[in-house]
Design a protein around this ligand. Structure first.
Ligand SMILES: Nc1ncnc2c1ncn2[C@@H]1O[C@H](COP(=O)(O)OP(=O)(O)OP(=O)(O)O)[C@@H](O)[C@H]1O
Ligand SMILES: [Mg+2]
Length: 276
């Protein structure tokens, strides 16, 4: 029997590196998550090796690897390079086929991507260089409250009255939280207020590309159930969120790799840049 064929997607973001291994039947058989350090190329490699271990395969069994994300050029062992906009869109439609709008909030970027029925990117918009309202902002706020970001969702669910937050600027995040605490606001109300404020900001970004019926939320910040709830309240509808949402960029990358193999292309020795 011929050996099974595997592909990989490695999404090296500003904050974390994510890798996913897919078999040729499009099953996700392994994944990993790794903090990004100043040695980005090593982190990309570690993420890939860990995902292979998680899948119980040798790296030689992976026929094609796609690099994506902010640090995609550091995936030197990969053969395909695809932008994260394309990969998050692809991953969203792979898991939720009717997705027409993807909201990706990572450590440093927020992106709204509008898609056609066949995955074509119709329009996208992203925050400028400023990291206001992104994962970094929430990381600093959580620190200032003496909690981890994983606590923020459950905390905000205890809130009855969100505190009004005027700025989602990362530089002033600590001051904003300290000022609200000094005014006697409860930590859960502050966190709820932070979520409402980020939800507003994200919805304005989504409006720039056009709000569509089926919305999929990707990136690490989508793990925050409090923010999901704030978005759903303001949009007046449910949005798609998966336990794998932080890996959607890597999943999309792996699907691009599989499609190249299925087309009979094997860009093993040259890096092929796909921009669609
Ligand atoms: N369990 C969790 N609950 C809530 N938030 C989380 C959790 N885990 C991670 N995050 C948030 O996710 C962020 C990282 O997201 P992600 O891995 O998508 O970033 P990235 O891809 O490296 O960044 P970018 O796409 O902006 O370059 C962190 O900054 C953190 O705020
Ligand atoms: Mg990212």
């Amino acid at each position: 029997m011929a050996d099974k064929v595997y592909v990989a997607g490695v999404d090296v973001g500003s904050t974390t590196a994510k890798a996913v291994i897919l078999d040729s039947d499009r099953n996700i058989v392994g994944k990993s998550l790794q903090d990004v350090s100043p040695r980005v190329a090593e982190d990309a490699e570690t993420a890939f090796v860990k995902a292979c271990q998680d899948a119980g395969i040798d790296r030689e069994q992976v026929a094609l690897i796609t690099g994506t994300g902010y640090g995609r050029l550091k995936v030197r062992f990969g053969s395909l390079i695809v932008t994260e906009i394309s990969c998050h869109a692809k991953g969203s439609q792979f898991i939720y086929p009717n997705t027409r709008l993807t909201l990706d909030i990572g450590g440093q970027d927020t992106k709204a991507i509008r898609l056609g029925p066949n995955g074509e990117i119709i329009d996208f918009s992203m925050n400028d260089k400023c990291s206001a309202g992104t994962g970094r902002f929430l990381d600093v706020c959580a620190d200032a409250l003496g909690h981890s970001v994983a606590d923020l969702g459950p905390m905000s669910e205890r809130s009855k009255r969100p505190t009004k937050i005027t700025s989602t600027c990362t530089v002033f995040a600590e001051t904003e939280v300290s000022n609200q605490l000094a005014r006697g606001r409860k930590p859960e109300d502050i966190v709820n207020g932070l979520h409402h404020s980020i939800a507003e900001r994200s919805i304005s970004l989504m409006r720039r590309v056009g709000i569509e019926d089926e919305i999929t939320f990707t990136g690490g910040v989508s793990r925050n159930t409090g923010l999901v709830r704030a978005l759903e309240e303001k949009l007046g509808r449910k949005i798609n969120v998966s336990p794998l949402s932080q890996w959607f960029g890597a999943i999309g990358g792996a699907i691009f790799a599989l499609e190249e193999l299925e087309k009979g292309n094997d860009p093993s020795f040259t890096q092929l840049e796909v921009s669609s």
